[in-house]
Design a protein around this ligand. Structure first.
Ligand code: ADP
Length: 306
C-alpha cells in the first residue's frame, strides 16, 4: 500500500464527571487526510484545507506525530500528507487530537499494523504536546479506540475502552468564540473538598456502569460535574440556558466538551438528539454569536480508512 485516505473523529473529552479521564468519539464529524509514501525520507505537508495551520512539519501535530513514528519504526520511506479539516481548531472538540490520532492510525496502516492502540495513543500524545503543551490522552485515545474511553492511569498509560450503547446520540453546539485552553485550565480549582471528590468519582462509576448496562437513566443521573463545569461555564455564553434547553427537551444530560466552548448533550435516539439540536439553536439564534450544531452517533471504531 502506497497511499491511503483516512477519517479521524472529533472527540468530546471529560464528559462531565470524567474530567481529564474520559472521552468519546463522534461518528459523523472529523478530519480527513491522505498519506502517500515518498522515496525521500522526509515529512511534507503538501495541502491543508479548512483551517489556517502551519505547513512546517515540526509545528503541525501531523508532522510531529509522523516524524516520531517514522523514526521509531526506522521506516524506509517518507510521507506526503494532505489535511482536510472539517471542524475548527480551538472548538473543544479535539481538533489537534483528530489530526494526531489520524496520523498515528494512517502510518500504522502503512507499516502493516506494527503498533498497538496503546502505542498509537502514546505517539498521538506527542502531537498534543505540540498543540497545548501537555501530553493529554483523553481526546487522542477516544479518536484511536473509538466509542467511550477511560484514561485509568497515565503512569503507566492505561486506556480502558467502554462499550457504548448504540442508541446513544450526541448533540454538540460550537459557539465560535475563543477560549484559551490555559484560561480554561486556570479556573479549575487545584484543591477540592473530599465531599466533592466523593460525588465526582461516584458519578464516574455511575456513568461507566450505565454505559455497560445500557441504563440510560443512570447515564443521565451520572452526567454531573462538580469540579470543572461550575467554574468553566462562565466562560461560555448561554451555557446554563443551553443545558437547561437540552435537558427539558429530553437529553439525558449535558456539559462542556473538553475545555469548551463547545457544549455537548447525550440523548437516547436520533429523534431526541435532533430535538435537542433545535432547542440549542433556539437559545443561540439571536445571540449574535456564530455557531455550528452537530448531531452524531458515537462511533464504535476510531480513526478508519475511507
Ligand atoms: P480543540 O481541542 O479545542 O479543538 P486543540 O486543543 O486541538 O483544540 O488545539 C488546537 C491547537 O493546535 C491550535 O493552536 C492549532 O494551531 C494547533 N495545531 C497544530 N497542528 C494542528 C492540526 N493539524 N490540527 C489542529 N490543530 C493543530
Amino acid at each position: 500500500m502506497n497511499s491511503i485516505k483516512i477519517f479521524s473523529p472529533a472527540t468530546v473529552a471529560n464528559v462531565s464527571c470524567g474530567y481529564d479521564a474520559m472521552g468519546f468519539s463522534m461518528e459523523a464529524l472529523g478530519d480527513e487526510m491522505i498519506f502517500t509514501k515518498t522515496k525521500e525520507k522526509s515529512v511534507i505537508i503538501s495541502k491543508i484545507e479548512g483551517a489556517d495551520l502551519p505547513f512546517e512539519a515540526n509545528k503541525n501535530v501531523v508532522g510531529v506525530v509522523a516524524q516520531h513514528m517514522l523514526n521509531d519504526s526506522k521506516a524506509d520511506f517518507g510521507l506526503d500528507i494532505q489535511i482536510f479539516k472539517k471542524f475548527k481548531p480551538g472548538s473543544g472538540l479535539g481538533s489537534s487530537a483528530a489530526s494526531a490520532s489520524g496520523t498515528a492510525f494512517a502510518i500504522n496502516t502503512l507499516l502493516n499494523g506494527k503498533y498497538s492502540n496503546l502505542e498509537l495513543t502514546k505517539f498521538a500524545m506527542q502531537g498534543e504536546v505540540t498543540a497545548c503543551g501537555s501530553a493529554i490522552a483523553d481526546n487522542v485515545a477516544a479518536a484511536i479506540y473509538g466509542g467511550f474511553i477511560l484514561v485509568r492511569s497515565y503512569e503507566p498509560l492505561d486506556i480502558i475502552g467502554i462499550p457504548t450503547p448504540s442508541k446513544l446520540v450526541a448533540t454538540v453546539i460550537h459557539p465560535q468564540i475563543e477560549i484559551k485552553t490555559e484560561a480554561a485550565r486556570k479556573v479549575v480549582p487545584q484543591n477540592i473538598p473530599v465531599k466533592t471528590a466523593i460525588s465526582q468519582w461516584a458519578n464516574v462509576g455511575g456513568l461507566v456502569s450505565g454505559l455497560y448496562a445500557e441504563d440510560f437513566d443512570l447515564i443521565g443521573r451520572s452526567l454531573v460535574d462538580l469540579v470543572a463545569e461550575p467554574n468553566r461555564k462562565k466562560l461560555i455564553p448561554y451555557f446554563d440556558e443551553v443545558k437547561e434547553a437540552a435537558i427539558s427537551n429530553g437529553a439525558l444530560g449535558a456539559g462542556i466538551s473538553g475545555s469548551g466552548p463547545s457544549i455537548f448533550a447525550l440523548s437516547k435516539g436520533k429523534q431526541t438528539a435532533n430535538k435537542v439540536a433545535e432547542a440549542m439553536n433556539t437559545v443561540y439564534k439571536n445571540s449574535g454569536i456564530d455557531y455550528s450544531i452537530y448531531v452524531s452517533n458515537i462511533s464504535k471504531a476510531g480513526a478508519r480508512i475511507i
